[in-house]
Ligand binder design. Structure first.
Ligand SMILES: [Zn+2]
Ligand SMILES: [Zn+2]
Length: 402
């Protein structure tokens, strides 16, 4: 407190003129001095030093006396939502902020605090007492933004993020909901009114079971890469984060949700555990090698000895892959360099062979097998001197280190 009193004595208070200040606005002029005090307490201590007039506060017009009301307003708005952490934000009238800043300059102050910071903190403390939840600056579940000019509260309900690894046991299912190309989701003859290219997706199976309990307005699925629609995802599964927008509930029975997902028979998850939006960014930096099972047909048939001799030669050799013909209409036509990390023959039966291949993240495996009309070089087909057709493709592992 001595520090604050000394600072107050060094101010030339004549510059204040006949403008009145409430305790909080007076104390806030020294808001960054002294610990464990409210600005109101600072203001009461400073008042006998400062020359001050009677009347409504020139800076806030009485706003600092309304924190209890604002907190009650925010608490009411938060009531329907389940959350553990929250943050209070505020919109302060522009002229109010300008008045306080002009005062800082006129009184040559060095350690003032802004009204906005005080509103957020003081209302936050009161809301915390009312709702028995913690205020948190980082990753709060909900943010209540007070518009102090209109006594209005806007809620921003942050998504619920859950991570796990999924296995896709059936072919013909995309990872994410795929809107109908023709109607773009409205529903038409082509999609039978569903608005979708495929009846379901990994995203829909997982998210619908979570939303059944949590509620929410929408969902999104973030995968560490994605497999083709016609490829299964087996083994330990692929890491993902499912995002539920504006969930009503956050404390849900995750084990039960996992059980229901796994009962779908088409998608399985190992677990669902809390994640963050930052986790999505990490997931998207996919650098994980993948292991595939490929069942292919060779024309003319190639004998086992030749196949077994060819595969090891291809391992480690740089593969130049132009954007595949099947996706070049929606992606830039570039060339990427990738490598195989391992390749082995699992079995061969006439013109069919099953191989197991591990490749760097981002390798187009089907194209590496058939060559994509020369867009991928070298390819297995090129080296075997036979046309190769991929009959089945499965992802057996995502080597993410997890
Ligand atoms: Zn005031
Ligand atoms: Zn359609």
């Amino acid at each position: 407190m001595d520090e604050i009193l000394a600072a107050a004595r060094s101010v030339d208070w004549r510059a204040l003129g006949d403008r009145a200040l409430c305790d909080a606005c007076l104390g806030r002029l020294f808001g960054r001095l002294g610990h464990g005090l409210t600005n109101e307490e600072r203001g009461r201590a400073v008042r006998e030093i400062a020359v001050d007039s009677e009347g409504p506060c020139w800076v806030c017009g009485g706003l600092t006396g309304r924190y209890d009301d604002l907190a009650a307003l925010a608490a009411r708005k938060l009531e329907p939502w389940e959350f553990e952490t929250f943050r209070i934000g505020s919109k302060i009238d522009f002229e109010m902020a300008a008045r306080e800043e002009s005062l800082w300059a006129e009184l040559a102050l060095t350690s003032p605090e802004a009204l906005k910071a005080e509103v957020n903190r003081e209302v936050g403390k009161r809301v915390s007492d009312l709702v028995h939840k913690e205020a948190a600056l980082d990753h709060p579940d909900v943010v209540a933004v007070l518009d102090t000019g209109f006594d209005h509260v806007d809620l921003q309900v942050n998504p619920l993020y859950l991570r796990g690894r999924y296995r896709k046991l059936s072919r013909g299912i995309p990872q994410t909901r795929w809107p109908c190309r023709r109607c773009r989701g409205k529903g038409c003859d082509r999609c039978g009114g569903t608005g979708k290219m495929y009846p379901t997706s990994v995203e829909e199976v997982v998210a619908s079971e979570v939303m059944r309990e949590s509620g929410g307005t929408a969902h999104a699925m973030h995968g560490m890469g994605r497999e083709d629609v016609d490829a299964r995802m087996l083994g330990r599964g692929r890491p993902f984060i499912v995002e539920i927008k504006e969930p009503r509930k956050r404390r849900i029975d995750l084990e039960a949700a996992v059980g229901r997902i796994n009962a779908s028979g088409i998608v399985e998850v190992d677990q669902l555990v809390p994640a963050t939006g930052a986790g999505v960014v990490t997931l998207k930096e996919d650098r994980a090698a993948k292991t595939y099972r490929v069942l292919l047909r060779m024309a003319p048939p190639v004998d086992e000895a030749k196949l077994k001799a060819t595969l090891p030669v291809l391992v480690g050799e740089p593969i130049a892959q132009r954007t595949p013909g099947r996706v070049v209409h929606r992606r830039a036509d570039t060339t990427r360099a990738r490598r195989l990390l391992s390749a082995e023959v699992v079995g061969i039966d006439g013109d069919r062979a099953e191989i197991r291949v591990t490749a760097e993240a981002g390798t187009y495996i089907k194209e590496w097998v058939h060559g994509d009309g020369g867009r991928t070089r070298p390819s297995l087909a090129e080296r075997l001197g036979a046309a190769c057709e991929v009959l089945e493709l499965d992802v057996l592992d995502v080597h993410d280190g997890g």
